[in-house]
Design a protein around this ligand. Structure first.
Ligand code: F6R
Length: 241
């Protein structure tokens, strides 16, 4: 794992955007794995800026998001589908038919997970998978205890994760209890993983990422076994390293 330490959130976001822009400028049909949450918002702002300045086009880019809540409509402001439209897709020239998220309202969730895996394998391989880091070490919504080999699946969200995400909802009761997430097995097949970590509240998790033995109790620890991981962390997140 290669660690790049930067000053703050803004520098982290800019640095992350340079990896994505290099890829889309050098590859004909790049495939991106994307995340939601607070961590990548700045990255998306930099990508939008590059597009608006004519420095990048997303016309030939395909994207797969890590996860989606179960039980809320895509049109709901809290769906990850809406998050991606608002924070990225609607501002650039990406083709809507090339942006994929699991459908958390699918009638058959198991079939939805299998279809999502199929779509990813049809696209060959994810070139860069962007990840944020959960306080408990989750990546995607793969909570502690999730088998490393698992593919896209339905998860019960941990109470701590629902609490952390309740800031986007009116109250914690509105936070869904389940999500569909890419599995760790799926994530690990990406060519490159770009893990973004910002803020003091992530400092302890970042220490564990480097010091923990590879264990399902701390899902992100599996990244130690991936051949091409770049971690971009700001000063606050890396203060205990
Ligand atoms: C989001 C995701 C999650 C987040 C993680 C960190 O698609 O899969 O694993 O990356 O919960 O969230 P933030 O960035 O809000 O701190």
């Amino acid at each position: 794992m290669k660690l790049i330490t930067v000053k703050n959130y803004d520098e982290m976001s800019q640095k992350a955007s340079s990896f994505i822009l290099d890829l889309i400028q050098s590859k004909e049909n790049p495939v991106l794995g994307l995340a939601t949450g607070s961590t990548p918002e700045g990255l998306y702002r930099y990508l939008i800026e590059a597009y608006k300045e004519g420095k990048a086009s997303f016309q030939h880019v395909t994207t797969f998001n890590l996860d989606e809540y179960v039980g809320i409509e895509r049109a709901d402001a809290n769906s990850y589908y809406s998050f991606m439209q608002e924070n990225f897709f609607k501002h650039v020239d990406i083709s809507p038919s090339q942006t994929f998220l699991p459908n958390g309202k699918a009638a058959d969730l198991q079939a939805e997970c299998e279809d999502y895996e199929q779509l990813i394998s049809n696209a060959s391989q994810i070139d860069i998978q962007v990840l944020g880091l959960g306080l408990n070490g989750h990546i995607g919504f793969n909570e502690p205890g999730t088998p490393f080999s698992i593919r896209t699946h339905v998860v019960d969200l941990e109470e701590s994760t629902r609490e952390a995400n309740s800031r986007f909802f009116e109250s914690i009761d509105e936070v869904p209890t389940q999500a569909i997430t890419m599995g760790i097995g799926t994530i690990m097949e990406s060519k490159m993983i770009l893990l973004l970590v910002s803020g003091e509240q992530k400092a302890e998790a970042l220490v564990r990422l480097f010091t923990n033995e590879v264990s399902e109790e701390f899902p992100a620890s599996i990244l130690q076994n991936h051949p091409n991981v770049v971690i971009i962390a700001d000063e606050a997140a890396s203060k205990h390293l």
